[in-house]
Each structure stands twice: as structure tokens, then as C-alpha cells.
Ligand binder design. Sequence first.
Ligand code: GDP
Ligand code: IMO
Ligand code: MG
Length: 427
Amino acid sequence: MTKTISLLGLQWGDEGKGKVVDHLAKDLDAAIRYQGGHNAGHTLIVDGKKIVFHLLPSAICHDDIHCYIGRGVVVSLDALFEEIEEAQEVIGNIEDRLTISSACSLIQPYHVKLDQLREGSKKLTKIGTTGRGIGTAYEDRVGRRSIRVADLYNENKLKGRLEEALDFYNSIFIHSFNSEEIDLNELFEKNLKQAEKLKPYVGNVIQEVRDLKEADKKILFEGAQGALLDVSLGTYPYVTSSNSSVGGIASGIGISPTNIDFSLGIAKAYTTRVGEGPFPTELFDDMGTYLAEKGGEVGATTGRPRRCGWLDAFLLSHTVQLNGIDGLCITKIDVLDGLETIKICTDYSSDLSKAEILETLTLEGIEPIYTEFKGWEEPTAGKQSFEELNDMAKEFILNIEDLCKVPVIMISTGPKREDTIIREYPL
Ligand code: GDP
Ligand code: IMO
Ligand code: MG
């Protein structure tokens, strides 16, 4: 029986993960974020009200679920406290149901500043980051310079680490960017204050998750971003800086990869991307504008417009395999309602072999090859059973199954929790 379920985005993020988590949450005991940070934006519609989670697992919305932030997440305490405050206004006190690993690396103001300076520089490759200091914080993590949550409670160590960091960062701010430096004492005092406020949430995630497993609890591993944004497997360098694929779960929590009973992959019925980077099926015509408007495709974190295009099954079948997906959830099918023709990219035309394309995912010198499908008049919006869908929409879904060689077990037909078709329940 399924006890642990991973939920991952299979495109470039914003697949509708938050909505799907919210739908499954009634049957969960715990949810764990394991990578990324507050670059994520997961939207839930609860009692008609929109809530966006960035750093907190979306399942926090349900008051019988314990939520965890694992060691693989980079934590901005400014963002965390702001989000906790906002969430508590809607869902009440969460202090007893949120545990943050003492091994998480912190995002400090110098990470945010450098991320933004780099992105603003005309001399450097623009990635189109969220400007939240995510990549720079991960650079320090792999560079073994991070300040971790536990370090906040050792004043001497904290001051030493901050001093070391500011020596390095301030010199870059002054000499490379002609910008102001950050004051050590002010930052040290701020960290101390935040450390006190954070204390009730700090815990030992590895042991707690072991205990949950021992007690046979149902646990969700909640992915942020999407597989194509994975730093190792995605469209490098236009990626985020964490392992947003299944590989991030083991190291980002502290469990064995064999502990995942079911892998649920989330993909939109079309494709979107925020920021720079290749996007073979991107539409620059009226159809692109139509999808953006009808799908409300505006970034949930930065408010930037999302680039839109047709579903890319060439890439989707790859990310399905990469992540050992057991079942797919196709979201936003309702956005395609009323279209005369719908396209799916089923292959690429290129001088490169498929293996060469997939190895680097630079996606240069390729042209998408499309299969056209007849659209449908009868809306899928709000439908709750597969039988209720019109024949063309059914065929569209069955084709995705064929192309990706994995069952589509859920279909999302609208932003609300109940706008969901379950063909096979993953829990
Ligand atoms: P996430 O980052 O993967 O959680 O996705 P986002 O929340 O950033 O973006 C998904 C957007 O689509 C949000 O505004 C959701 O409310 C909305 N959404 C999710 N599922 C559906 C759906 O099936 N149909 C429609 N129309 N909107 C949806
Ligand atoms: P959710 O969890 C979509 C993108 C940014 C940028 C790149 C690197 O809501 O799906 P970063 O700030 O992470 O260094 O930016 O990654 N990006 C996302 N795009 N959804 C997200 O999260 C994203 N998180 C990061 O737009 O292109
Ligand atoms: Mg999002």
C-alpha cells in the first residue's frame, strides 16, 4: 500500500503542483519540502480565496498535517516569517505543525544582493532568476561556506561565518559592481533576533521522518520547480540551482531513495516557462497570447508573464522516465476548451540524435514536430469524472498516456480542489 508519495513537476515549473497537493492532503499525515526555496509559488484556492505558498509546504493548509522543511531547502528567514504571518491569518497558528531542519542552509541578504546584481548586469548571462538569492545560497552550500540553521545558536561561530562571508561578498559588491557593502554588526544582530524567533520550529527532520515511517503514516514529498529546471538534469544553464527531480528527495530530506512508494508526476496540458532559456514549443502568435490569458499565466512569485506553448511530449516522456513516474496528473485541460485544433510535440527534427539531444538539453538546432488533434466544444472545466469528458478530450489524454508510456491517473479541470478527475487514486 502507498505510504510515501513523491509529487514532482515534469516541465519548467508551475504545473499546478499546489492545487494537486491540496486535493490529496485530506489523506496525508505529513508533507515535506526538500529542495528549492521561496522561488516557488504554489497556488491554492481555499473557500474561494487564493493562497500562494512559497517556502511552506502547500499541505500546511490542512490543520491535521505536520509539515517539514528538509535540509535540501535554502531558507530565507525574512521570507519564512513573512509567509508564516500571512498564512496564520488564514489558517491559524502553525507553530506545532511546522518543523525546519537544523541542517538547512540560510539565504542571507548578501545572497539576494548578488543574485540581483548579477541578473542586472549587462556583461553576464541573464538566467531570469526570481532574484531571491536561491542560486547564490546554493553556491555557498556546495562551496562549504553556508551558515546553517544550527549555526544561529552558536554566537561565536555565527559571527565568524558572517565575517568570512562578508569579507568575500563585500569585496565583490564594491569592486565588481560598484555597489555598497553590507554591515557585519547589523547583519549579526539581525541573525540573532531571527534565531530566537525561529527556535520553536527547529527540529531533527531525519529522526522525525523515521518515526513517521515507523508509525506507518502517509507522507508526501512535495517538489518545487520542475524536472526541466533541475540543475543537473534540466536545460542548463537556464535552470534553478537545486535537484528538482526525484534525486533531490533522498539528499534533501535524509531518506533512502527506496523509500518512495509512488511517484506522481504533474504536467500541464500545454507548456509554460518563466525566465530565460530554450522552449522549443513556445508560441509567439495569438495562440500563445490566448493560452496565457485563458490560463492566467502570470508568475505566482514574481508576477512576470509566463511564456506559453504547446505540450512537449518529447520532453515529457523523458522527464517521466528520469523520475520513475508511476502515474501522471494532467492539469489545466480546461484551458484548451473551445479550441479548434490542439497540437502536441511528439518528436524533434534535428541533425542530432535523440540521445544527444537528451544528454545536454541545450535544445539548440531543433524543430518541434507536431501531431494535431481535433479540439472540443463541450467544456471539460469543472468535470469530476473521466466518463463525463467529451470524446476528443478523452482521446487527448489517452494519447499522452501512449506518448509517455505511463497512465494518466488524475486530470485537473479547474483551479479549485474539487475540479479534479481521479482515474486511479495514488494514496
Ligand atoms: P505550481 O507552482 O506548480 O503549484 O503552480 P502555480 O500555482 O504556480 O500555477 C498554477 C496556476 O494554475 C495557479 O494559478 C492555479 O490556481 C491554476 N490551476 C491549477 N490547476 C488548474 C486547472 O486544472 N485549471 C485551471 N484553469 N487552473 C488551474
Ligand atoms: P514552482 O515551484 C517556475 C525559474 C526562474 C528562472 C530559474 C532560476 O512555482 O513551480 P532561481 O530564482 O530559482 O535561481 O531562478 O528558475 N523558477 C521557476 N519557474 N516555477 C517555479 O517554481 C520556479 N522557481 C524557479 O523563473 O528561470
Ligand atoms: Mg508556481
